[in-house]
Design a protein around this ligand. Structure first.
Ligand code: TRP
Length: 319
């Protein structure tokens, strides 16, 4: 069976190491995984999913920033396609069709909706329909493998449900019901306070931090005095250094929080520096970045155009 990998990143806040380990790292690794030799690979910048966070020029800039991020972490345009979700109108068009396959009560169980609702906000319709648009992103390209973090598990279930429903209601076998969506093994990347790393908790370490930023953040890591091993320091440390080595280091420096934090600063900087430098270099060569996007945009446009033609025919839409 032909394999197709697709994932997407929202151009909202700048990515942090939680986003990297939770999802983006897999995109890079899958490029070199023998299992995916010859698979088509698509990595979207899902700006339509982000209209609540950015307006106008800020949106465009944020989208370009994700293109730079993708390239800086090692998405190779010779292997993968990087594209902008809103380059054509096909994704929202398919989402509109899908919105007729799912019920309101079903979507009300979506966690984004529930979370927004729980905060007592009046939930925007875009948030409500988020999983439907995401299903369109995935099913448009017949993606078989969708690397995402654990927080997207439910969205993938909704995608499957929509594929099933479409096939059933139109009595076709058009959409593959993707069985092998991938959820990152890194279930939880802890932030500097030990809670899940998240921009909204303000406990994150940006993926392209400078050394100074790293120092500042590591100094802020909450260490509960009493134990010999500062748990929160170790939890972040093991992301960037082999645990076998860490065991010795932490054993040797029992109770010496300052030394352990200094070692973590060095290791985090070693890990982040190549990304930071690559990004810096790319930002001086924006023509290249735009060219990469153009290629990916045109390639996905071809596919989406062909697929939407077929889908509309099945639905009896258009002429
Ligand atoms: N929901 C994803 C996130 O949390 C973004 C996303 C949108 C996505 N469309 C997608 C991921 C399609 C994988 C496939 O950031």
């Amino acid at each position: 069976m032909k394999k197709t990998i697709l994932s997407g990143v929202r151009p909202s806040a700048r990515p942090h190491i939680g986003n990297y380990f939770g999802a983006m790292k897999q995109f890079v690794d899958m490029q070199y995984d023998k299992d995916f030799d010859g698979a088509d690979k698509y990595f979207a910048i899902v700006d339509l999913h982000t209209l609540d966070a950015n307006k106008g020029e800020a949106m465009r800039q944020a989208s370009i920033d994700i293109a730079l991020d993708y390239l800086a972490i090692g998405i190779d345009p010779k292997i993968s396609n990087i594209f902008l979700q809103s380059y054509t109108s096909y994704h929202p068009e398919l989402a509109m069709i899908f919105s007729y396959l799912v019920t309101v009560p079903y979507l009300m169980r979506g966690h984004l909706y529930k979370d927004a609702e729980a905060k007592g906000k009046e939930v925007i319709a875009g948030t409500f329909l988020y999983p439907v648009l995401m299903a369109a992103d995935i099913l448009m390209y017949d993606a078989t493998h969708v690397p995402v973090g654990i927080d997207n598990k439910q969205h993938l279930e909704i995608t499957r449900e929509i594929a099933r429903k479409f096939n059933h209601e139109y009595n076709v076998e058009y959409f593959k019901e993707p069985k092998e969506y991938m959820i990152s093994e890194v279930q939880l990347v802890p932030g500097i306070d030990g809670k899940k790393m998240s921009k909204s908790y303000g406990n994150h370490i940006p993926l392209f931090s400078t050394r100074e930023e790293i120092e500042k953040l590591v100094k802020k890591i909450v260490t509960d005095s009493g134990s010999d091993i500062p748990e929160n320091v170790y939890a972040i440390h093991k992301l960037v250094r082999d645990e076998k080595e860490l065991k010795d280091i932490y054993e040797e420096n029992k109770g010496k929080y300052k030394i352990l934090k200094d070692i973590l600063i060095g290791d985090l900087d070693n890990f982040i520096r190549p990304f930071r430098e690559k990004r810096e270099e790319l930002s001086k060569n924006m023509d290249y970045v735009y060219e990469v996007l153009k290629q990916g945009n045109e390639k996905t446009k071809q596919i989406a155009q062909m697929r939407m033609g077929e889908i509309k025919k099945i639905c009896g839409l258009g002429m």
